[in-house]
Write a new protein. Structure first.
Length: 252
């Protein structure tokens, strides 16, 4: 079967007022699976020291933390799986998604990544506030996954960030800390209440509220609201987070 190929070129990178002449070309090839597409950047993707291939699935946060490129690709809504071969990246999408919508976003992530020269895979997982640890129970693992995959990308789009600080199983309160442009923003409390809290409560009945940790703890506020009257079954950390779930919109 003939592979369908398409080529994209990255824009020259400006570094310290000098133009880097190196260009990155990305070819695409179809696969027998219509939900998967191969992206070939024209250079080594996976070093030999990591074997012949590595596969990442949405929801497997511990493995995804090993690869900055995989982590970046999973920020694209609709990406379900990522496979690294020696000289290609294979991306698998949800059946409901269209490649016409996803391809430009995937191209952008890959181009930006290789332009920066960052290693595709690190020897050890990068530990962050949302890294799922062996000591985390199911509730904490799902809270971290939601914050990392559904909340953080939207917050970072606005120039800010949100950090997981802890969960109290006795009160159901999730503690988070805002950073960047979110600190002192008048709409941040609305975002926490109508966006972050609603999303966490939608998927995790054990969550009852959000506690914003601030530098001045005396000024912090606890946002606590009556549980949603409609019972929503608890989900395990997985890729089954629906695209029509609560968003960070103040109107959610």
């Amino acid at each position: 079967m003939l592979s369908v190929m398409r080529m994209y070129r990255a824009k020259p990178i400006q570094i310290m007022n000098n133009i880097c002449k190196r260009s990155i070309f990305i070819n695409t090839e179809s696969t027998p699976n219509p939900q998967s597409l191969k992206f070939l950047p024209g250079e080594i993707v996976l070093p030999e020291s990591f074997g012949t291939g590595m596969y990442f699935q949405r929801g497997d946060q511990k493995e995804i933390q090993r690869s900055p490129l995989a982590k970046s690709l999973f920020l694209v809504e609709g990406v379900n799986g990522v496979f690294f071969g020696r000289d290609f990246v294979s991306v698998t999408k949800d059946t409901e998604e269209s490649w016409n919508a996803l391809k430009p976003q995937v191209f952008s992530k890959i181009l930006d990544f290789f332009a920066e020269g960052t290693p595709v895979v690190t020897d050890t997982p990068t530990i962050s506030d949302t890294t799922i640890l062996d000591t985390d129970d199911e509730v904490v693992a799902l809270i971290k996954e939601l914050l990392e995959t559904r909340v953080r990308p939207s917050v970072q789009d606005d120039g800010g960030d949100i950090f997981y600080e802890g969960f109290d199983p006795h009160t159901g309160i999730v503690s988070v800390k805002l950073a960047g442009s979110c600190v002192g923003c008048p709409s941040s409390s609305v975002t926490l209440r109508n966006g972050v809290e609603n999303m966490l409560k939608h998927y995790i009945p054990e969550v009852t509220g959000i506690h914003e940790v601030t530098d001045e703890e005396d000024d912090s506020a606890v946002l606590h609201f009556d549980p949603d009257p409609v019972h929503i079954p608890k989900l395990k950390p997985s890729s089954s987070l629906s695209p029509d779930s609560p968003s960070l919109s103040p109107d959610s």
